[in-house]
Design a protein around this ligand. Structure first.
Ligand code: FES
Length: 63
C-alpha cells in the first residue's frame, strides 16, 4: 500500500518521524502502515493506493 502523505487536515506534507507519519503544521499523526489518524486535528485517514510488485519493481495502482 502507498499513501499520499499530504495531511487530510490542510494538505501539508507529513513525514516519517519516530515510527509514525507526523504533520509539522498542526501536529496530526498518522499510522504509517494503515494511514489512519492517531492524533488530530485531522479526522480523515491519508489517501491510500494499492501497489503491486513485479520483478523487483513496485507500481502504484491509481484508479
Ligand atoms: S495541516 Fe496537518 S495538522 Fe493541519
Amino acid at each position: 500500500m502507498a499513501f499520499d502523505v499530504r495531511c487530510t487536515h490542510a494538505g501539508v506534507p507529513s513525514a516519517l518521524s519516530g515510527g509514525s507519519l507526523k504533520c509539522p503544521a498542526h501536529g496530526s499523526i498518522f499510522d504509517p502502515e494503515s494511514g489512519q489518524v492517531i492524533r488530530g486535528p485531522a479526522v480523515e485517514p491519508l489517501k491510500s493506493y494499492r501497489t503491486i510488485e513485479t520483478d523487483g519493481e513496485i507500481r502504484i495502482l491509481i484508479s
